[in-house]
Design a protein around this ligand. Structure first.
Ligand SMILES: [Zn+2]
Length: 277
């Protein structure tokens, strides 16, 4: 699809900084406001970039979105520049069909998001460790949502023993879940149902892993309200299922993962999430 002419005339400029590096000039200026040489350069750049319809579409969409949101609320963007106070941390799959903010209808500033292949929370992944630590310790999120989804390519590959390449190392986290629950999974004859169950079990294990993170344990030990939830999103109807895996404190996770002493007022229930599965 060809970009609208208004966009071509206001294409972003790529300029050279003093250090000789490229920098994207995001201020869109009409061609009439530019010196003749700069205008020719802009038109030339716009022609080149028009060859790549996809990126032009994205930039045009962005321009339209920014205009629309500002028209609806002049402070829609400026209200966020001072900082963020999201109540939720979303840990989900990178799958393009699972857009976090859209699914739960939250605007910018409301949802801190970490996504990776298969919504894995690995104890050796500094990326997810950092996301959890920052959101819990600094932003003081109230809820952590671990969100799996049906038809997940990562879960499918883990279930089918497909070998893809370097990503196999990452998928080993999900293969471990499959191995840990092999007996339960073997009792499900239907392939789709078995795969859905592995998605759920993977969420459950990642809830467990999240609860074991030092930032989460420390928050609970200091009395900070924090709940970890397990959800499953269905592509076919766009609805989230609460899987009922919710942990509100260290007394609710298996003792093997517990590194802090439950507070006196909290009596251990003895229920293990794996038993509930
Ligand atoms: Zn996925």
């Amino acid at each position: 699809m060809a970009p609208p002419m208004a966009f071509v005339a206001s294409a972003p400029l790529v300029r050279r900084t003093g250090a000789g590096r490229s920098a994207l000039d995001v201020t869109r200026r009409p061609l009439s406001a530019l010196p003749a040489r700069a205008a020719r350069r802009t038109l030339s750049a716009a022609k080149v970039s028009m060859a790549d319809d996809t990126l032009n579409d994205l930039l045009a969409n962005n321009l339209e979105w920014s205009k629309n949101m500002t028209a609806q609320d002049p402070e829609y963007f400026t209200q966020h520049v001072a900082g963020q106070t999201p109540k939720y941390l979303w840990i989900g799959c990178s799958d393009s069909r699972v857009p976090a903010n859209q699914i739960v209808g939250l605007p910018p500033g409301s949802l801190f998001v970490h996504r990776n292949v298969g919504n894995v929370v690995s104890h050796s992944d500094m990326n997810v460790i950092s996301a959890i630590e920052f959101s819990v310790k600094v932003l003081k999120v109230r809820h952590i949502l671990i969100v799996g989804h049906d038809y997940c390519g990562a879960v499918t590959a883990a279930m089918n023993d497909e070998r893809v390449g370097a990503i196999d190392h990452w998928l080993s986290h999900i293969r471990d879940v499959r191995r840990r629950h092999a007996v339960q999974l073997s009792k499900i004859d239907d392939y789709e149902a078995r795969r859905d169950r592995l998605v759920q079990l993977n969420v459950l294990e990642q809830v467990h892993n999240t609860c074991a993170m030092s930032a989460v344990q420390s928050a609970w030990n200091e009395g900070q309200p924090l709940s970890v939830h397990g959800w499953m999103y269905r592509l076919s109807d766009g609805l989230v299922r609460d899987l009922g895996f919710r942990v509100d404190g260290p007394e609710e996770i298996d003792s093997v993962y517990r590194t802090v002493t439950p507070r006196a007022a909290e009596v251990p229930t003895g229920k293990g999430m794996l038993a509930e599965a």
